[in-house]
Design a protein around this ligand. Sequence first.
Ligand SMILES: Nc1ncnc2c1ncn2[C@@H]1O[C@H](COP(=O)(O)OP(=O)(O)OP(=O)(O)O)[C@@H](O)[C@H]1O
Ligand SMILES: [Mg+2]
Length: 403
Amino acid sequence: MNIVMISPGFPLEQAYFTRALAQTGAQVIGVGDQPLEALPPEARENLAHYEHVALADEGTVLRALSGVAEHARIDQVECLWEPYVVLAARIREHLGIAGMSVEQANWFRDKEQMKLVLDRAGIRTPRHASAGNAAEIWEAAEQIGYPLIIKPIAGAGSADTYRVDNAEELATVQTMIGHVGQMSVEEFIDGEEFTYDTVCGNGDILFENVSWYIPRPLQQRSHEWISPVTLVLSDLSDPRLADGIAMGRAVIEALDFTHGFTHMEWYRKSDGEVVFGEIGARPPGARTVDIMNYATDGDLFATWAQAVTAGTAPPVTHKFNCASMFKRAEGRGRITHVEGLERLLREEGEHVCVVDLLPVGAQRRDWRATLLSDGMIIYRHMDLGETLRLSDRFARELQMYAE
Ligand SMILES: Nc1ncnc2c1ncn2[C@@H]1O[C@H](COP(=O)(O)OP(=O)(O)OP(=O)(O)O)[C@@H](O)[C@H]1O
Ligand SMILES: [Mg+2]
């Protein structure tokens, strides 16, 4: 089998998916922005061929692949990076290859299209409207009511996303989003926020995962002092998750998703009602696939690769609750010191899987631009209460300082 992999080495975890794809015996043809030398070795060493093209230039990508197709039959096109999921579908249509269509890919990319399809399937989405200019935003606000959320129609990383509580705030927010273009305006849903992630093969859900965001992503992004946590839950039979999981399965079916990774977000209100958030046809980012691997002692890079090539994969089940926590240093500039790490590792080290903090002397990262912030730790425990206790300790006692 000859499989095209879009962006095989960026973001970094793509390289592990690329390697896993090659390990199934497939010939992997990489197409990406990075020069060949810049690819991580896990990608470079596992590619049968590489086309270095600007992915944003669709015409060039299609021409390059038509050229490749003259020499080798292309059987499949895979893309696990959000900005190019629709490009992958265009390549399929251009070359006449089976797999997710452009229309279907847009359901995963355009937050209005997505909700319209799900509304028709009877899924509870936030009340929503799309708005392309000031007049439409005010009209949408009128129709939906406050509090509401305004966000880009194809956003990521909570960028340009605002909660708006009244007309005065709407006027202020409007001056900040002039550059964004088409927006999605939604009813604000108050509640806890979870994910429902899958690996599918041949139309079957082969692996399911639920993560709990602590606190909600919009708050993670609004307050620098917060240490954001993504907690992969081990007990999927917890009754508090049942309605969210049922919704997740219904969404996969409504969108007719058959092969690959999905990452959905959903809300659970205090009265127990669950509401759809969004879904991508890709794995969750910010190293969440690593967290799933530590939670299951599995290899989801391989599970995905087997699912998309053979349509099936050996079962992977959760053994641990496993969490990542991102740390943000106090102060600006370069990291000067880290407090609490030695004690925490002495007392809780058996539960810690990864410590990946910026070293002393390194320049701080921009916490607003990247969830990765100034570094992360991953820890796990079979008991959820204990996992939350670990979160609490690492949030309070592990502190980084900058100049
Ligand atoms: N209707 C809503 N009600 C309440 N909160 C919302 C709503 N829509 C978005 N949010 C908040 O904003 C965050 C970002 O929104 P959303 O997930 O739609 O955008 P994104 O930028 O694609 O996200 P990601 O960070 O997953 O890439 C959500 O995680 C949630 O905390
Ligand atoms: Mg989101």
